[in-house]
Design a protein around this ligand. Structure first.
Ligand code: URA
Length: 434
């Protein structure tokens, strides 16, 4: 078998066999198939797609590239969650400790920033000292002891996704159903959870801009999870503007902490309640959504969720004091207001454009080897439907330099569309695929 022939076959619209897919994935992980050939193959998949069978085989080949965790020794139903990626999406930082505080074990493998979207690992690593690459035994120990962990792919855990993810990020091959589905589900399958809640985003900040595309992705992932014996639910949620206000690593951690305190933005809080009650239901901890919401609100009110967050941070080597003192997080030296040029209603905030501004400030990667700047980003002040007057603040830019702040402010203005009437509201939850 030669990588060249498999690239060619996919380019010609052919269907790769299980062995051919495993040959490429294993060869890439071992270093026998170089980046440039895998990039070409990814681009061929991007344009030609994959059959359901190929996507399932790719998922399993990726999951099996490292250890497949067996969590059966940990009592109870273990539940995982994953988002298909958005802008300002710090949901996992809130949800994982809250669900654990409700008594359900959450072993979670996350990703880094991808395309214009931020990544949970980059966000968490803005907490001084925190490690997300831990070995499997340390991960399992933490899950037993704390009840939750958020770690990244590593040479032991789904190394194929670690490498493919980094390559997709810089080769414009992210927004493809088979590539997203296999990336997400390989982590979930290898992570060993019994049940999985997927947050599949749709709208301007999502990879799947249209609801119908998002539904196809959701169905593909639910089919893979169910076929492998995992109870899988996908919730299709809105990502037509940034979620919450903060976009950028430390800025988002700060907002997650506020949400754990009960002072978070309404849309983020609502989304956590929705996804969290599905997680508690799948774990058998509650019977229905109302009971799930009550349990969640109680974990916020009592401070149990915030304490669990601090415990998880400490277990991963981070400074747990950030839970009470978010001012210990890195902060950018320059903060610039972006003012409205006219009166009107905010008709749209293009979430992808906001994500790209944040990336441009240094919160994401342009090349694989780039390091992210934890402090920079954007805080959106005026969201869709807000009434603004000329000179009102639309957003704040957090930047390293005055020059970077000015450039970002100009770009951010382009992300806003103002008009004479308020836009029709969009629901936060569009559908549930079970
Ligand atoms: N999250 C992932 O883990 N992978 C993707 O491809 C997109 C979102």
């Amino acid at each position: 078998m030669r990588p060249y022939d498999l690239i060619r076959k996919k380019w010609d619209g052919g269907e790769l066999s299980r062995e051919e897919i495993a040959f490429l994935v294993d060869g890439f992980v071992r270093g026998d198939v170089p980046d440039y050939q895998v990039s070409a193959w990814l681009m061929a998949v991007y344009f030609r797609g994959m059959t359901d069978r190929e996507t399932a085989d790719l998922t399993l080949a990726m999951a099996r590239s490292g250890r497949m965790l067996d969590l059966s020794g940990i009592p109870g139903v273990k539940v995982d969650k994953h988002s298909s990626g958005g802008v300002g999406d710090k949901t996992s930082l809130v949800l994982v400790p809250l669900v654990a505080a409700c008594g359900v074990v959450v072993p979670k493998m996350s990703g880094r920033g991808l395309g214009h979207t931020g990544g949970t690992l980059d966000k968490l690593e803005s907490i001084p000292g925190l490690r997300t690459e831990v070995d499997v035994d340390a991960f399992l120990q933490q899950v037993r002891r704390v009840g939750c962990a958020i770690v990244g792919q590593s040479p032991d855990l789904v190394p194929a996704d670690k490498k493919l993810y980094a390559l997709r990020d810089v080769t414009a091959t992210v927004d493809s159903v088979p590539l997203i589905a296999s990336s997400i589900m390989s982590k979930k399958i290898a992570g060993g959870a019994d049940a999985i809640v997927l947050d599949v985003k749709t709208g301007s900040g999502a990879f799947m801009k249209r609801l119908e595309e998002a539904r196809v992705l959701a169905q593909a992932m639910v089919a893979i999870g169910s076929a492998l014996g995992r109870r899988t639910v996908a919730v299709l949620t809105d990502m037509d503007q940034p979620l919450g206000y903060a976009v950028g690593n430390a800025l988002e951690v700060r907002e997650a902490i506020e949400t754990l305190r009960g002072d978070g933005p309404g849309d983020l809080t609502e989304l956590c309640l929705e996804l969290g009650s599905h997680m508690l239901r799948l774990a058998g901890r509650v019977r229905g959504p109302e009971e799930g919401r009550d349990a969640f609100l109680e974990a916020v009110r009592s401070g149990a969720g915030l304490r669990k967050f601090a415990e998880m941070v400490a277990a991963q080597g981070g400074d747990p004091a950030v839970a009470d003192r978010p001012d210990r997080l890195p902060a950018a030296p320059v903060v610039l207001d972006v003012q409205s040029p006219e009166d009107g209603y905010v008709e749209a905030v293009d979430a992808e454009a906001v994500g790209r501004v944040s990336m441009g400030l240094g919160a994401g990667r342009v090349r694989k080897e780039d390091t992210v700047d934890p402090a920079v980003g954007v805080v959106v002040e005026a969201k869709k439907g807000s009434r603004v007057h000329r000179g009102d603040v639309l957003a704040h830019v957090h930047a390293r330099t005055e020059e970077a702040a000015q450039a970002a402010a100009r770009a951010l203005l382009q992300a806003y569309r103002l008009g004479p009437t308020p836009p029709a509201p969009r629901p936060l939850v569009h559908a549930v695929v079970e």
